[in-house]
Design a binder for this molecule. Structure first.
Ligand code: BGC
Ligand code: BGC
Length: 650
């Protein structure tokens, strides 16, 4: 133990046990721990999915927690209202509290993936995914976004978000690249502290986890951005020093800011799944890093540590997982863990430690003294979800996240110009939002699913309205009559999440050659073009860059597409109203197989380096004609085997 501590430079717990609030927490924890039977203790260690556990189940088994997974909502209704969410939260809460006449049952905790705003909820503000926020290089903005997200989560009666993702992403073929802020730890460290504070409040202050705040999660522990070939849930083969110096900084910063939960990663380190890795979870995280909150498993992640599910469950808990996130069969997991506890395979001391941590987090969150979710301060505020101030904040985030790679002089646009918007992303809010939006994969959403959202096209229409210009939508790029002054082609990746987004190379046109054809057609007809690229990662787009007069990377901007026009148009006085300020937080590849590619590499030779981003002050900045030979020609983009393989337990 002392050895780990010296190797990892030990940290202390973020909350001083001598604080009066902490002494109170300890009293609550010990009192409840004493009153729980082993059955109830095991129940506390289970997190069931709302689709699979009723409030009555939660009461009967004293379940510690529920979650709504990606795309899961009350009664399976994607358009469930704030009232529907609240009613279900109340039902779980009431059931968990009811115990005899005394109503002293342990209150249940509800977690959700509010990973870019409260993104499972109809009408919520959807902020840009983390890759875009990384480009914004604005940690004050991060704190505001986290606070706004917390408000929307509280409004629906939910206590906890599985965010932020603190991955330092080293291979952009990974399907979760967009969930990471950067390939560079400096940004992840800086943001981790601000996001956790925005979500939870300032550790040790009276407002910590007070009204309007929610519990945060540092995920996924540890080093998940470093899997070989960027395979989701794959193996990380780096050294312990790399794990510590490159990947642990964000988690340390989150812990220092008082993050109350940490989620184990699906990946393995040198062949051992993190979910069964005692050294990492108990030795490093709970020991050296001083983390005294709870470790939650990822979705059925504990099942991956051994063939036999009973054995797997025990191994994972013994390694340090405190709360088991169960995809479907929570009764089975409950039985397994109970059996292993009674048999002594999981020692009682480990069960008690896990339950103590769970109770501690609940006590710090004030759950023992809070009324039912709908009665809490800031809860039930129908206006909080999709509040205009939150949407304005999201629109600012979009403006700040845009990265200009090339400008042959066509930008900024005049408001009296006739602009044609082409491409399948021009009027497509679902595509703007990407994965983890209303559905797990982010697929199957149309503009009507975003009652408060604005497409990029709508932003353009608003920008020219009454200013003498026109904005015409033509996804195919066809037009009749006079040529437009400029064509904006909005294109990019379609939504995906987790392993479904894994790619074997970074060529964009190998996926979709249509945008290039559209750009070239405009070129032939002498129409200047601006590309707006929607993507969850840097991609090889040399042909598209060559065919564009200006090229803007918009990442996955979320519901506030109006932020794009804000930057692309001149203001009323003819001067740019908002300049580009986005800077790449990921290096841009020179060819489709140019990955891993990270700042600091010995042979670092990106097409656009980490930190690159033009502004209007740079004036005309063209790239020379870029090499269009596709290094990945013939290689399928997606590894069929992996996508249909075992790695995605559903
Ligand atoms: C993801 C987590 C997420 C969880 C719950 C998992 O598949 O890896 O990031 O929080 O599901 O939806
Ligand atoms: C769930 C997600 C989860 C995923 C894991 C999906 O069915 O909705 O929340 O992350 O499964 O594989």
């Amino acid at each position: 133990m002392r050895e780990i501590a010296s190797r990892w430079q030990a940290d202390a717990s973020a909350l001083d046990p001598a604080l009066p609030s902490e002494r109170k927490v300890a009293r609550i924890v010990e009192r409840h721990l004493r009153s729980l039977s082993v059955e109830k203790k095991v129940g506390q260690m289970i997190q069931a999915e709302i689709a699979n556990a009723t409030p009555m189940d939660a009461a009967e088994f004293a379940l510690g927690s529920v979650l709504n997974g990606g795309g899961s909502s009350p009664a399976g209704d994607k358009r469930a209202s704030v009232d529907d969410w609240l009613a279900l939260a109340d039902a779980y809460h009431d059931a968990s509290r009811r115990r005899g006449a005394s109503r002293d049952g342990v209150p249940i905790l509800w977690g959700t993936d509010a990973v870019h705003g409260h993104s499972n909820v109809y009408g919520a503000t959807v902020f840009p995914h983390n890759i875009g926020l990384g480009a914004a290089r604005d940690s004050d903005l991060m704190c505001c976004i986290a606070a706004a997200t917390a408000r929307e989560v509280v409004a629906t009666g939910i206590d906890w978000t599985f965010a932020p993702t603190l991955a330092v992403v080293r291979d952009d073929r990974w399907g979760r690249t967009y969930e990471g802020y950067s390939e560079h730890p400096e940004l992840v460290v800086e943001y981790a502290q601000r996001v956790v504070t925005g979500l939870q409040g300032v550790a040790g202050d009276p407002g910590f986890l007070g009204p309007g705040r929610v519990l945060a999660t540092a995920k996924h522990f540890l080093g998940e951005g470093h899997t070989t070939d960027g395979h989701d849930q794959g193996d990380v083969a780096c050294s312990e020093e790399t794990l510590r110096d490159l990947h642990a900084g964000g988690h340390r910063a989150a812990i220092a800011a008082g993050v109350q939960t940490v989620m184990a990663g699906f990946h393995s380190w040198h062949g051992t799944k993190v979910h069964g890795h005692e050294y990492l979870l108990t030795g490093v995280l709970k020991g050296a890093l001083g983390f005294d909150g709870l470790v939650v498993s990822d979705w059925d992640g504990y099942l991956q540590v051994a063939e036999d599910r009973r054995e797997a469950c025990a191994m994972s808990v013994n390694a340090g997982v405190d709360l088991l996130m169960v995809g479907v069969d929570w009764r089975q997991t409950y039985d397994d863990l109970l059996q292993q506890a009674v048999a002594g395979v999981v020692p009682m001391s480990r069960i008690d430690d896990a339950v103590r941590r769970i109770l501690r987090v609940k006590a710090r969150a004030g759950l023992f003294s809070s009324p039912r979710p709908s009665q809490r301060l800031c809860a039930g505020d129908r206006t909080a979800v999709g509040h205009p101030a939150h949407r304005e904040l999201a629109r600012r985030a979009v403006r700040e996240s845009l990265v200009l790679l090339k400008n042959g002089g066509v930008l900024p646009l005049r408001r009296d110009a006739n602009v044609l918007l082409a491409g399948d992303g021009a009027d497509n809010i679902g595509k703007q939002c990407g994965g983890w939006t209303l559905t797990w994969q982010g697929t199957g959403n149309d503009n009507d699913d975003f009652p408060n959202g604005m497409s990029i096209f709508e932003g353009f229409a608003q920008a020219v309205a009454g200013k003498g210009g026109t904005a015409t939508l033509s996804p195919s790029g066809e037009f009749t009559g006079p040529a437009p002054d400029v064509a904006i082609v909005v294109f990019g990746e379609n939504p995906y999440a987790e392993g479904d987004g894994d790619r074997r190379h970074l060529s964009f046109s190998a996926h979709d050659s249509e945008p290039l054809a559209i750009l070239r057609k405009f070129k032939e007809r002498g129409v200047p073009t601006v590309s707006v690229f929607l993507a969850g990662r840097p991609m090889w787009v040399n042909p598209e860059l060559n065919a564009s007069d200006a090229f803007v990377v918009a990442w996955l901007p979320g519901t506030e597409g109006g932020g794009v026009a804000d930057v692309l148009f001149r203001g009323p006085g003819g001067e740019p109203q908002h300049d580009f300020r986005g800077r790449l937080s990921y290096s841009w590849p020179r060819h489709a197989l140019h990955t891993p590619l990270n700042v600091g590499d010995i042979d670092y030779s990106p097409l656009f380096p980490y930190g690159f981003g033009l502004s209007y002050r740079d004036g005309r900045r063209d790239t020379s004609r870029l090499d269009e030979a596709d290094a990945a020609a013939g290689i399928p983009a997606v590894d069929e085997h992996r996508v249909s393989g075992w790695t995605y337990p559903r």
